[in-house]
Design a protein around this ligand. Sequence first.
Ligand SMILES: [Zn+2]
Length: 245
Amino acid sequence: MTIKIEKKIKGYQVVKPEEKAAPAAAAPEKKAAEPRQAEIIQMHESVERPESLVGSTFKIKSPLFEHALYVTINDIVLNQGTPHEMRRPFEIFINSKNMDHFQWIVALTRILSAVFRKGGDVTFLVEEMKAVFDPRGGYFKAGGVYMPSIVAEIGAVIEQHMKNIGLIHDPEMDEAQKKLVAEKRAAYEAAAAGKKAAEAAASSSESSAGGFPPGATLCAKCNTQALVLMDGCQTCLNCGYSKCG
Ligand SMILES: [Zn+2]
């Protein structure tokens, strides 16, 4: 059988044996069940790059690097203008004045971009990257969040971006849990204020103005310096984790 191709070939895919068999079996039922439903496009490797993409740039300033890193993640918008519209990361670039790590950064961004374009669930990248430890030791960011390495921080940036575009849903604490954390925090602050009875008001307003109490240690669950001793029990004032359950 000969088929003349009139258009320029822009990409191709080999039909897998199971795909060959599937349409014959599935097609008749589908036609009856859902009449003329538009096809929902998911991210896959033969989705072509449009002329323009939407994106965000994040700045990373680490004490491990002399110069800031600028991480740009560009997204493709699939099924635009339909109820199935979605943004999916398509490519990532990292720019810096710092050339020491240039080859590794270029390699990392090319591989990340390739994984993005493969489609499927790409959120696993975040966990993989956030688990990378720098043998020279990590550092604390503003707000007491511990970053074990610069790679982990790039992972955190990708996570933030994926949250922004709705790809990762924050394992957001439910209302009950939020309330519990707020109560614990209030109780801790009240106890701390009680110790310094005279400056009670001043000290409690001071400690609640962002950040966590001085002397708080690192919580293993949320990587934030917010673990305090309450009623003889290590309790995290950020995520509510408690050693005593
Ligand atoms: Zn915590």
